[in-house]
Design a protein around this ligand. Sequence first.
Ligand SMILES: Cc1ncc(COP(=O)(O)O)c(C=O)c1O
Length: 489
Amino acid sequence: MPRRRSTPLIRMSRIDDEPLYRQLRNGLIGAIEQGTFGPGDLLPSSRTLALETGVSRNTANLALQELLTEGFIQSVDRVGYVVSLDVGPFVAAQRKPPGTPINWEARFRDTTDPFPHMRKPSDWSSYPYPFVVGQPDPSLFPTRAWNRASRAALDPENRSNSLNDLIDQDDSLLTALLCERILPARGMSATPDQVLISLGSQQGLFLVSHALVGQESRVGVEDPGYPDARHIFSRRRGALRALPVDDQGVVVDGTVDDLDVVFTTPSHHYPTNVTLSVGRRQQLLLSAADKDFVVIEDDYDAEFRYQGQPTPALKALDDTGRVIYLGSFSKFLAPGLRLGYIVADAPLIDHLRDLRRYMLRHPAGLLQRTVALMIESGDYAAGVRKTRVAMKDKWERVATSLAQHLPHWDIPIQTGGLSIWVPGPPGFDATAMAGRALARGIVIEPGDVCFLDKPRPVNYFKLGFSGIDTDAIEPGIRALAGLIAESAG
Ligand SMILES: Cc1ncc(COP(=O)(O)O)c(C=O)c1O
């Protein structure tokens, strides 16, 4: 018959974060460690434990169950719980000092980079005046058309494309429609083997950079320019060279001659929105062919041109295959869908397909087929038209409100894009202003992150208008101008 011992003093605390049953369990383990209960000894019943420690019987039972699961005690029929005969290893494991925490930093084999990140509050949509860049206006999303297409994507004739593991392939309907309808609108012609679907143009850039940029690569980036491109290239250890930008877009002179890669946003330069002039386009393509470098064209928001026709893509003029084109569905549908595409020579597309396969196989088939069906039905084109009209309205309001409320500032308004690049006067600190503006419900984005080299100018900021309600634009700019006047005075 097992020896019965009385309950040791187990202190329970009601203010401790640890639940009561865990406190009781720990107290009993302490008693076993100290030998109050030895192997084979009978533990007090749950009733006694509850009475003596002031917890409920349920709690006492929970503590005993836990000890049983962990192997400290065993249940003996018609007797109760006794301490396991081989309790030693369990007690030893309990006494083991906590292991050294793992040093993850020392294990990372990839590279980070020294550049600052773009800053915008994650809860931007809860502010009354969110002039954030790159965020959508949910009221413009073609919800009904989307629902129709995504339902149809599960019809018997679409189901296998939507649901099968396509391994390294894309939805053939989407790539065919891109070639038939979307790319020709940008002046381009391509065959499906020259197209790869990506998770947004950002992933397209990541894949291309992974394939073409290494430690020995010299990469030209626009300055100011798109910060995330810089992050991606420098994480591949590419040496970055700043290419200046003027009112005709990126400057193409002898400094590009020894580069391996040039990254550019020709339709609307990020962040100034300047369109690359025809002369510069020709110069860039001639230099690329002559000096044998490749050009990555990021055509992230080309359709948003508010006067005249959109300029064709740079890729439309490319007859040597040196332009790698990145397109996106983020601006016309929604960035949260994470869908874009790469257009390039077939051997490069094959290589990128292989790379993508071992990363994620392929972007979701259901998403690809849904977008394909929207393009096929004409709903996509209708949605783009509607969004463009709405964005033109917003753009006009931003332009007139800036002229009205900041009349002494010299702000170049380009005829395209989804944001305005605002140069503050000398001495203006956009980062400090962004902080003050946020406190008044106005979100603006400091532009210093767009510059490559230190000291980065601090007087610029971005005023995005895609995500803000049209009616909030004028009051938002009025409030911002009021704050600027207050801070100057
Ligand atoms: C210049 C530029 N390139 C690429 C992207 C990324 O677009 P996506 O959502 O297609 O990855 C953005 C996003 O705002 C951008 O501004």
